[in-house]
Design a protein around this ligand. Sequence first.
Ligand code: CA
Length: 724
Amino acid sequence: MNKQTLLLILLLFTGIVNARELEYNQVFFENSLMKKSWFYSETSYESPSFVLNIQGKLPVENKESFTPGNSLQLTYQSARKGQWSARLMFPQWRGKDFIKNGNSLFLHLYVADETPRTELPNISIELKNKKASKGLPLGGYLKNYSPKKWMEIKIPMKDFDDGSSIKIQHSEDIQSIVFQQAATDGKSHRLLIDQVEILPEECANQLPATPVLKTAKGYEQHVDLSWNPVNPEDVKYVKIYRSKDNIHFHPVAVQSPQYASRYADFAGLPGKTYYYKISNLDYRYRESELSPSVKATTHILTDEELLDMVQEACFRYYWEGAEANSGLALENIPGRKNMIATGASGFGLMALIVGTERGFITRNQLIHRLTKIVSFIENADRFHGALPHFLDGPAGKVDPYFGKYDDGGDLVETSFFMQGLLAARQYLNPLNLQEEQLRGRMTKIWESVEWSWYKQYADSPFLYWHWSPDYAWHINHRLIGWNETMITYLLAIASPTHSVSPEMYYTGWASQDTIAQKYRSAWGKTEDGSMYTNGKTYYGLKLDVGVSNGGPLFFTHYSFMGFNPHLFQDKYTHYFDNNRNIALINYRYCSENLKDYTYYGENCWGLTASDGPWGYKAREPVQRMDDGTIAPTGAIASFPYLPQASMKALKYYYRDCGSFLWGEYGFRDAFNLQEDWCANIYMGLNQAPMIVMIENYRTGLVWKLFMQNKEVQKAVNEIQTIKQ
Ligand code: CA
C-alpha cells in the first residue's frame, strides 16, 4: 500500500469516527444565562469614541431579542481620532471540540434608533492563530434596511478571506467576531445583535414539523417541560412560549435539541399557573405551528420536596442524559455525546439505585439499564481489568482525551466505578434468577481488576494511577492521600482475587516517607499535612488529617458515596469527624470571606473541583485557590456533614440563583458572580454526589449497600487491626 492510499484510508477512518461525535455549530452568541453582561466578550475604546460596556463586557438586553430570552447591546459612538471595538469570543467548554464547518457568518441585527446604514460598524474575524481579517461594512450586507426590526445579515466566509493575510480552512479556525468603528459622526447609536453564528448555507426548504409538548410540571419557582425528541439535523431550536391566560403567549426561551428534550422554565414565583406551547425552528429560523398548550402550577415546596426535586433532576443526568450505546455517564452535558467518563459512571450507578428507591424509575427499568451497562463493560477496553478514564461509547474503546500517555487503565476512575458496581450488586436480589445472574456478571467484572498489577513492581509501597499498554508506567503518578483516592486503596485491599496487602494503607495511602511528604507539599504548596496527619487548627477546628486546611470538598465526597465514613477510623482519625471538619472549615472560610465576594456567606459556600470562568479547576478554602467560583455540589454533597448549612445553600442556589443556575439536570456545574459567569454545563462527577449524598443523609441507603459487601467489611477490619 502506498503512502497516499494509507493517508486516504486514515482520513476516511478519522472522518467516520468524527462524524459520529456530536458536531456543534459555531455559535458565538445565542443567549446569556446571566442577565447583566456577556462573559465571552471584550470591549475597548479610545476617546472621543466609546462603546457601552460593563467591566469591559457587552451588556445583555433582556427585553428585545431575536431568539428568546436575550440579545446583546452594542451602543457606540464613533468619532474622529477615536476608535472602539467589541469582540465576541467563541464560548468554549469541555468537549465542545467537534465543530460543524460552515460557509457563512450569520447574525441578526436590530437597529434601535435612527442610525443610517453608513454609520453601522465594520465586522471582522480573528483566527486562532491571532490573524485578523479586514473589516467589512455591516451595512453593505443588509438587503432591506428597516430600523426597529430584526434583520438577518449573511456574510459569506470567503469575503473575509483575502487569500494572503488570512486563510480560513475550516470555520473552527475562527476564534472571535469583532465589531469596530467604521464611521465618524460622533453620535451615539444603539444596536442589538443576536444569534451570531457560522452555518452552512444550505437548508431544507420546508417548514419543520410541529413538536409534541408532553408534560409540564410545576415546582416552586420553575416549570419542567418535556417534549418528544426532535431531529437536530432539521431543528435548530425548540422555541418555548409561556402564557398566564392561555390566550396571550410570549416566547421565553429556545432549547437546542442536540442537548435535551426538556426545558426548565424558571418563571420565578410560587403559586402561579402557566400555560406553555412550543414550536420548532429550522436553521433559517423558519417556525413550525405551535403545539397545543399544556398547563402547570407552581407551589411552595417543603424541605423534603426540595430534596426530592434536586435528587430527581440530578438522577436525570445519568438516566436520560446517558451515552446511548452503553447507558453510562457522559463527562459533561452539553459536551461530547460519545465520551463516557468511567468514574462518573460509577457515581451514576449509585444515582440510578437512589432513583429507583425514590420511584423515579421502576425496578424493571433499573435492571434493564444495569444489564445494558454490564454487557457494555464486559466487552469494553480494560487494562489488567482496570477501566480507562474515558471510553468511546459506540466503540467501547479507550479514548485518550487527556493525552496520548493516558491510553490505558486508570485505577482511580476504576475504583469510583467499582464503588458504584458493588453498591448496585448489593441492591440486587439473589433470590431472583435474573438479578442473581446480573450479580454474578458484576462479580466477574469486579474480580477481574488486577489491583496488584498497579503497584508497578512487587514490593512497591504505592499504587499507581495509570498504566498504558503503549507507554507502560510513563505517567508514573503514585497514589498518595489525603485526596479522593482513599477508595482506591480500600478496594485494592478488598479485592478477593488481586488484592494488595492491608499494610499498603499505611505505606502507600497514608505514607509518611519523604516521597509522600514531597508529593503533598508540592500540590498543597504548604507543609501543613505533608505527613498525612495534620494536627493544626483552622477556624477553630483541629484537623487530624488533610493537606493544607483540608483541600477541596470532593475529597470528602468521591470516596464516601458508598464508603460510610461513620464506620471507619484509622490510627489517626475518625473519618466522619474529619470530613465534617473539612466541610466546616470550608463553610467558615466562605463565611469569613476575606476576598469580599458579595455572594459568599452562610448561604453560599463550598469550594471544590468544577468548571469555572477559565476552565476546570480544584478550588480550596485558601485565598490563592479561591477565584470566586462556587459549585453547588460542594455544599449539597456535604449534606451528611452539615445538613443545616447544606440546606441553606440549596435554597439559596435554587431561590436566589435559580434563574441562571437551575436547569434540566438540576444545578449547573458552577457560577461566579464576581465575573458575572455561570457554567453552561453539568458534569458527571458533580451531579451524582448531590443525589447520593442527600440520600445518605436522608436514609443512609448507599452507605448501607456498599458496606454490606463482605469484601469491604474484610478490608475495613484488616486496616483497622494493623498495629503500627
Ligand atoms: Ca438570543
